[in-house]
Design a protein around this ligand. Structure first.
Ligand SMILES: [Zn+2]
Ligand SMILES: [Zn+2]
Ligand SMILES: [Zn+2]
Length: 257
């Protein structure tokens, strides 16, 4: 059995957003409170993180994560990478570095942001012992296989993820402004599809809620989830309008497959 856990389902600001007094930002319901976007895949032998944003410490505490076997990074934006230093606790006990898979631009950027990670000769408690690895081919870890494919997202390289497991197939695209026919090819035959939906008004680097819904319905997974949502998207307002199988994800939601 594979477990998919939503660690964070928010846009880059998180929800509530600093300085915002809108009804969603003031809502105490956890389904309207969103840390930065990240998911955890785990089975009996492996625990794999996708994106390590600035809320990673809080997310790891909440989810009681005790060890990680690998991290995959979709792109270099801060809301997907600024928790890298907090991987230290998960690398102390390892004999080999914790692999962090990413494309070349993201790896270069991470070495600029975290020079001590890339140059330290004696990683210890002060430096996470990680090894940046090139993610251009599918990576198999135990029974899970992680494939990446490019998606447009502003002017930066950015990737969607397909995860094949014995229990089912998952698509995860936390940031994009569109999906090409090639990207849609990677998202065929899915049991679960997770796609970003920023807000209801257009943004040059993101999908609107309506456009995301069109893509989710076209992809046709058994269960489809919105993620990377801003505070314009109210769970209580939107969820009752959706058909069965189409859901706004929320932090802490776990799906078994
Ligand atoms: Zn993002
Ligand atoms: Zn707000
Ligand atoms: Zn981004």
């Amino acid at each position: 059995m594979t477990r998919l856990l939503f660690l964070g389902t928010g846009w880059s600001h998180g929800v509530p957003m600093l300085g915002c007094d809108c009804p969603v930002c003031r809502d105490a319901d956890p389904r309207n409170q969103r840390l930065r976007a990240s998911i955890l895949l785990s089975d009996d032998t492996h625990s794999i993180l996708i994106d390590v944003g600035p809320d990673f410490r809080q997310q790891a505490l909440r989810a009681k994560i005790r060890e990680l076997d690998a991290v995959f990074v979709t792109h270099q934006h801060s809301d997907h990478t600024m928790g890298l230093d907090d991987l230290r606790c998960f690398t102390w006990a390892r004999e080999s570095p914790l692999p962090v898979w990413a494309d070349s631009d993201t790896r270069e950027r991470l070495c600029v942001v975290y020079p001590y990670v890339c140059t330290s000769r004696s990683p210890g408690q002060a430096v996470p012992l990680v090894e940046f690895k090139s993610w251009t081919q599918p990576v198999s870890l135990g029974n899970m296989r992680f494939s990446s494919f490019p998606v447009p997202h502003g002017d930066l390289p950015c990737y969607g993820v397909r995860i094949d497991t014995p229990g089912g197939r998952i698509g995860y695209v936390p940031d994009c402004s569109d999906l090409s026919p090639q990207a849609l090819n990677h998202l065929e035959g899915l049991d679960i599809m997770i796609l970003n939906a920023l807000r209801d008004t257009p943004h040059p680097a993101h999908l609107t809620f309506d456009r995301s819904r069109e893509y989710l319905e076209a992809i046709g997974a058994k269960r489809s989830f919105f993620t990377h949502m801003g505070c314009a998207l109210d769970y209580h307002h939107l969820q009752p309008t959706l058909p069965e199988g189409l859901e706004l994800a929320w932090d802490g939601l776990e799906v078994e497959l």
